[in-house]
Design a protein. Sequence first.
Length: 148
Amino acid sequence: MKQISIVIFLAFFVFTACNNERPGANKNRKRTTEKTEKKQETSEDKEEEVTSVPPKQLERAKALIASVSDKEIDAVDAKKQFKLYCSICHGIKGDLMVNGAKDLTVSKIGLPESVAQVYFGKGLMTPFRGIMKDAEIVAVANYIESLR
Ligand code: HEC
C-alpha cells in the first residue's frame, strides 16, 4: 500500500513538473523575441541619426559648392539675401527660432550640411533651390557661419 502511494505521488510530481515547464519555456521564447525587437529598434535609431542629411543631398551640396567660384560668391550680398529669405524664421541675428527654426548662432553643422539644408529644405524649412541661385545659397551658408 505504501509503495503504491509513493508511485502515485511520484507520478503526480512528474506531471506537475512537466506542466510547469511549458509556460516557462513559452516565457523564454517571448523574451527572446522581445530582445530581437529591441535590437531592431536601436539599429533603426542609428540609421535615423546617420541620415539626418541624406548622403545623396550631401553629395549634391558638395558638388554645388565646388561648382561656384569665389568670385561668384563674393558678388553676392549674403547679408541682404539672408534678411530677404531667412530672417522671417531665423531672425536677423539667426536666433529667432520661429516655427521650430533652429538657432543658427549655436549651429554646429558644416558648410555642405548647411548648403544641403537650404537647397533641399527640411521639416518646416522650405527648399530654396530654384528660388536662390547656387552661388547665393553657398554665400548665405557661408554668411550664417559668421553668426555663430
Ligand atoms: C519657413 C521658415 C524658415 C525659413 C524661411 C528658413 N528656415 Fe532654416 N530652418 C527652419 C526650420 C524649421 C529649421 C529646422 C528644420 C528641422 O531640423 O526640422 C531650420 C534649420 C536650418 C538650418 C539647420 C541648422 C542646424 O544646426 O541644423 C540651417 C543651416 C538653416 N535653417 C538655414 C537657413 C537659411 C540660410 C535660410 C534662408 C535661405 C533659411 N534657413 C530659411 C525654418 C526656416
